[in-house]
Structures are given as structure tokens and as C-alpha cells.
Write a protein that binds this ligand. Sequence first.
Ligand SMILES: [Zn+2]
Length: 223
Amino acid sequence: VKDDKAVVLLSGGQDSATCLAWACRRFKEVHALVLDYGQRHSAELAAAARVASMACVPVTRLEITALNQLTHNALTRASVVVAAPKGQLPTTFVSGRNVIFTTYAAIYAREWGAHHVVSGACQTDYSGYPDCRRVFFDALQTTLALAMDWPVAIHTPLMWLTKAETVKMMGDFGHLDWLAASHTCYEGLRPACGVCPACELRLKGFAEAGVRDPLEYVRRDGV
Ligand SMILES: [Zn+2]
């Protein structure tokens, strides 16, 4: 139903680029919101701008320096090593990120007169982030409606998809080229390194989908 407006949280990664394509197909007007919290992947922010321009959607970039000041994790502190200790959240978990991000998107939506927000959160390859679960978004949706007297539907189209299914979805939309502009590499490299855990996961998803990743890599195994 192309009858409404939606705000897409765009990080510059593969998932949010796919969400942008999903939203462009479903909604009449789409705006992208890019949130800068001084994340380790600053290459992501440049990627977000490229993807938004390929999609021809207006983009707003906000700085949330407070989130960086408050949190100590592998994405906000170079001294924190990426790890996933047993029984604990991974060190890449940013406390409160999705509650803050989605809340800003909902505020943007209300000011713009929109009732839809789109997040690329995904529970399928659940790495233990509590704020990637659908139950969290359901609760936040209720909270935001109460807080602002303005219902906002929080869409999470990738929530139950595998990486391979996400790649196929983008292929179905005919926008695989947008993924050449997206950024995934944990090392922040462009061309991407092809060997870090983030690159490996991305390449695995493409391999399983039987699609060649249009992104440039220094080296790649498989397709
Ligand atoms: Zn990499």
C-alpha cells in the first residue's frame, strides 16, 4: 500500500540498505535517518550517505555524542576488544542503542507527520542483543504511542530472515547495486578486507543465496 510516509534508520550496512529498499517499495514517501554516535565504523556513515543518494531519498544525520560518552564497548572505545564471552553480552553491544535510535526515529516521524519507522534489527542470527528482539519493539511501540499521543508502527522486515534471505530480498527488489555502496567490514576497510568476522558473515550470506556480492573485496573466498 503506497499510501504513507516512513522513516528508515539507515546505518550504511547491508541490512539497513535492504530495509530502505523495502520501505521505498511499500511507502509513498521515505526519509532516511542516520545517527552518528562516533561509532568505530565511521566508514558506515559515508556508506549511508551513498545508499540514500542511490535511493534518491532525503537524509538527515544527527550526532548523538551522549551515547558515545556514556557507553564503553568495542564500537565506542578502540581499547575494547571484540569478544563474545560465554554467558555475557558481546563487547560490541551498545547499551540502549536501539531504544535511543528508534525513539529518535519516532520523534522525527511525529514531527514530519509520519506513522511508520523501519529498523533493520534481526533476531534470526541473534547475537545476544536484547534490543534486537521483536518483543522489545512491540513494547517500545506501545511506550512511544503513550509518550507522544501519536501511534508509530515500528517495522522490522528482516526480523526473521537469514542473511541469505535478506540478500534474495534485495535481489527481488532489483537493488543489489545499493549493496555495493553499503559497508560491513569490521576493519573499516574499503575495499573490504574479506576476512574479518563481519566480512565473513556477509560473504557467507551471499554464498548461501547464490548471489555474487557486488562489494569490492581485497580478497574473497567463495562467490
Ligand atoms: Zn572485513
